[in-house]
Ligand binder design. Structure first.
Ligand SMILES: [Ca+2]
Ligand SMILES: [Ca+2]
Ligand SMILES: [Ca+2]
Ligand SMILES: [Ca+2]
Length: 440
């Protein structure tokens, strides 16, 4: 899995912020276009502080939805005996499937997998397909007193605030049939990290089933936790009335793509140099492929050093969080020594991708004078290194595929976020005291 590779590298490399050519660059910088009279005590230095932040929304779930129209029907409603619900989604090796559908002839009974959800890949590489009915159970939401299940159920049990548990653990003495005689749940793999689930209500079933709320997730217990009261996010409504909309809308508003931002490589150069890549041409083969595919900037850093550039990379998160990629809300803050007029280029992998990276473009951004903080985010775009085949955002199932592409701005038709939805980059020129400068 991609983000794992990223994390592993960071553990291995105790990344130190490195800079070279610091001394001679510093001296060149001070008088470049400077109006000294306006700055009696402090003058701009060649030192800049760069802040990189992951500004993504930290969604709890990856994808979600409601399947409300039985196959072959034209309006929303329950699936009667012999009918089925079908839905599709994308998922990667770390994703699980959970769903819930009401056992119609009960008070608050519903079918669902257990809290862990259903694994979608075995050995992290092979998509799971076929009959997954054995991973589905009948649960009691604990929100209504049970009555005799069946067509005669008045659905007027008393409201309760009990725990969610297996129906078999409730001990109400009623016969709900078995999951295997009521349902058949199957999983198909459609390729390109897409799956389709079919929940068939069997001919010999003891009940109809309601529209299905489903969610693709990584953390356990997205819909309920065994032994705990209902979360109050819509499961009660689904389990008691078959209305999946409230639960579906809760899941929807908490679902989306989340990616870490990998450690950030920077390099100072002349605008014409294009040290990291040249747009529209193949990767130089000096380390960008590793940066873009695994998040590890070290090979590119070593190459740029060997070419004599002022370069470095940074992986230490603010707030005592140690080295690692940036998760939502986390930031790097580091200082570079350059001079006005030089170009600054940065590169960092979009962690939940194949070979997508943030970049300032092949020419970089010109360093300027001015002590105000400047937001550089609008100079940052997502680029495709052209070295690994792109897959659905956040559902990376393969590594080391061959793309034979060129480095270019990301444009593959897949629903990637904009760079500015994930990353924020600011720069501030540091000032230093004139006296101390004179002492140097
Ligand atoms: Ca109940
Ligand atoms: Ca209730
Ligand atoms: Ca690619
Ligand atoms: Ca590759």
């Amino acid at each position: 899995m991609k983000s794992l590779r990223l994390t592993l590298f960071v553990v291995l490399a105790t990344v130190m912020f490195t800079q070279c050519k610091k001394d001679n660059l510093n001296d060149q910088s001070v008088n470049n276009g400077l109006k000294k009279a306006e700055l009696p005590d402090a003058i701009p230095s060649g030192s800049y502080t760069v802040m990189v932040e992951n500004v993504s929304t930290n969604y709890m779930f990856f994808e979600s939805g409601v399947s409300s129209i039985p196959e072959g029907a034209s309006v929303a409603g329950p699936a009667h005996p012999g009918e089925s619900f079908k839905f599709s989604f994308h998922a990667g090796p770390n994703h699980k499937l959970s769903f819930a559908t009401m056992y119609g002839f009960s008070n608050d009974g519903f079918y669902a997998p257990n809290g862990d959800g259903i694994s979608l890949f075995s050995n992290a590489t092979t998509p799971v397909t076929g009959d997954i009915t054995s991973q589905v159970m009948l649960w009691d939401a604990g929100t209504e007193m049970n009555q005799m299940p069946g067509a005669g159920n008045m659905h007027d049990g008393a409201d309760t605030q009990d725990i969610v548990q297996l129906m078999s653990a409730v001990g109400d003495g009623y016969n709900y049939g078995t999951v295997a005689t009521n349902l058949k749940v199957t999983l198909e793999y459609n390729g390109n990290s897409m799956f389709t689930v079919t929940i068939k209500n069997l001919e010999g079933t003891t009940t109809g089933i309601s529209p299905v709320a489903w969610v693709i997730h990584t953390s356990p217990n997205p819909l309920f936790e065994t032994g705990r009261a209902d979360y109050g996010k819509g499961l009660e409504s689904l389990a008691e009335t078959g209305n999946a909309a409230p639960l579906g809308s809760y899941l929807k508003s908490n679902s989306g793509y989340v990616s870490p931002v990998a450690p950030v490589l920077w390099v100072l150069h002349d605008k014409k140099d294009h040290p990291i890549f040249t747009e529209g041409t193949p990767d130089y083969g000096i380390g960008l492929e590793t940066l873009a595919e695994t998040g590890n900037p070290d090979p590119l850093y070593q190459s740029l050093m060997a070419q004599g550039y002022a370069t470095g990379f940074y992986a230490t998160r603010e707030g005592g969080l140690g080295d690692g990629p940036l998760f939502p809300g986390q930031k790097y803050k580091f200082t570079i020594e350059g001079h006005v007029g030089q170009s600054l280029s940065i590169a960092s992998m979009l962690g939940a991708s194949n070979d997508i990276f943030f970049s300032t473009g092949d020419e970089g951004i010109k360093l300027s004078n001015g002590a105000a903080e400047i937001n550089l985010t609008h100079f940052i775009e997502l680029y495709d290194a052209g070295t690994e085949v792109n897959e659905y955002p956040g559902a990376q199932t393969q590594a080391n595929t061959v793309e034979n592409g060129i480095v270019r701005q990301l444009s593959d038709g897949l629903p990637w976020p904009k760079a500015s939805q994930v990353i924020k980059v600011t720069i501030r020129q540091n000032v230093k005291q004139k006296e101390s400068d004179d002492l140097e």
